[in-house]
Design a protein around this ligand. Structure first.
Ligand code: GDP
Length: 356
């Protein structure tokens, strides 16, 4: 499953956010290094289209797409040199498909800040620096090895060139993701800063109410995407009924929870989208990379579907809703028959034909 690793300095609200994510109680304590082992939380990707499809088809159940989050132990200043819990975190980040950094914006005199004061810009810098230093260590070792291997004709010169180019970007203090570096020739190095990245600003109510303050923070990290939430509110929301949760969000001027937002932005950052299937058994969202073609999409349901793919009957969600039923959409010519080169769109409602 695709996972997003959650990182951040100690005491920024990672455990609190994670409580909300897992609906379980993980260690949330007001002192540094409380988070030691990674934990996993799976959240549903909110998708109101599924409810519409379920109603239309009288589906027994609705199965949304999911996004997994892994809580990664505390990175502190100097972690890549062995400070705090040291560089144990590296292995955990390496396994994640994307990284979300929780940044403390909330001010609370009762909660100690590890580096002295609340300063989002400096926190961003600290984590970026640790990740960059970790990658530089990896690259420096790799470059020594690759130089020998290229001489001995055991490695491609292009691999060494890619490693040198990546090092240059990191030496400038930029991450590989920010710089848009193509790391495919050196994929096996598992460079951390090449992973898709997003920011989670843990804010107070007053920031949520201020478009100006949010715009400032957004600008600080652009083009990297940011999500705004109040981790304390998120953990309160999980104890409420859907109706009460809706009222609390409305009172804060929000129309969706921070976790829903996080799932959506995380999904998008991973370069994913969904297509839909619907029937009496279930209405379901299936996760595919953007740009995936019909056979690859079929393969997500079952590997045999990809091998035996013949064609797909595709109706866009909006067309299906406008028609009211698949039969009517077919009568209107809105249900298209697509072949193996068809590039899937988000919200395509699909029935695959395949040979077994
Ligand atoms: P971690 O070290 O990053 O996992 O941080 P924790 O989740 O343990 O949070 C550290 C402290 O900050 C705890 O006492 C939390 O209750 C508190 N905290 C977390 N999020 C918020 C928030 O949004 N607002 C306020 N006021 N306190 C928070």
């Amino acid at each position: 499953a695709l996972t997003i690793g959650i990182v951040g300095l100690p005491n920024v609200g990672k455990s609190t956010l994670f409580n909300a994510l897992t609906k379980n109680t993980v260690l949330a304590a007001n002192y540094p290094f409380a988070t030691i082992e990674p934990n996993i939380g799976v959240v549903n990707l909110p998708d109101s289209r599924l409810d519409t499809l379920a109603k239309m088809h009288n589906s027994e159940k609705v199965v949304p797409a999911t996004v997994s989050f892994v809580d990664i132990a505390g990175i502190v200043k100097g972690a890549s040199e062995g400070e705090g819990l040291g560089n144990q975190f590296l292995a955990h980040i390496r396994e994640a498909d994307a990284i979300a950094q929780v940044v403390r914006v909330f001010s609370d005199p009762d909660v100690v800040h590890v580096d002295g004061g609340v300063n989002p810009a400096s926190d961003l810098e600290t984590i970026n620096t640790e990740l960059i230093l970790a990658d530089l260590q990896t690259l420096e070792r790799a470059i020594v090895r690759l130089e020998k291997e290229v001489k001995g004709k055991r490695a491609e010169p292009a691999t060494l060139e890619a490693a040198l180019a990546a090092k240059e970007v990191l030496d400038r203090g930029e991450t590989l993701f920010q710089a848009g570096v193509d790391v495919s020739p050196i994929k096996e190095l598992g460079l951390l800063t090449a992973k898709p990245f997003l920011y989670v600003f843990n804010v107070d109510e007053d920031v949520l109410a201020s478009d100006t303050k949010m715009a400032e923070l957004r600008e600080m990290v652009a083009p990297v995407k940011a999500v705004f939430l109040d981790a304390k509110v998120e953990s309160e929301l999980m104890d409420l009924s859907a109706e009460e949760a809706g009222e609390l969000l409305a009172s804060l001027g929000q129309d969706e929870s921070g976790l829903d937002q996080l799932a959506r932005v995380g999904f998008d950052t991973l370069g994913l989208h969904t297509y839909l299937t619907a029937g009496p058994k279930e209405s379901r969202a299936w996760t595919i990379p953007k740009g995936a073609k019909a056979p690859q999409a079929a393969g997500v349901i079952h590997t045999d579907f990809e091998k035996g793919f013949i064609k797909a009957e595709v109706t866009s969600f909006d067309d299906l809703v406008a028609a009211g039923s698949l039969q009517e959409a077919r009568a209107q010519g809105k249900a298209r028959i697509e072949g193996k080169d068809y590039v899937m769109h988000d919200g395509d409602v699909v029935e695959f034909r395949f040979s077994s």
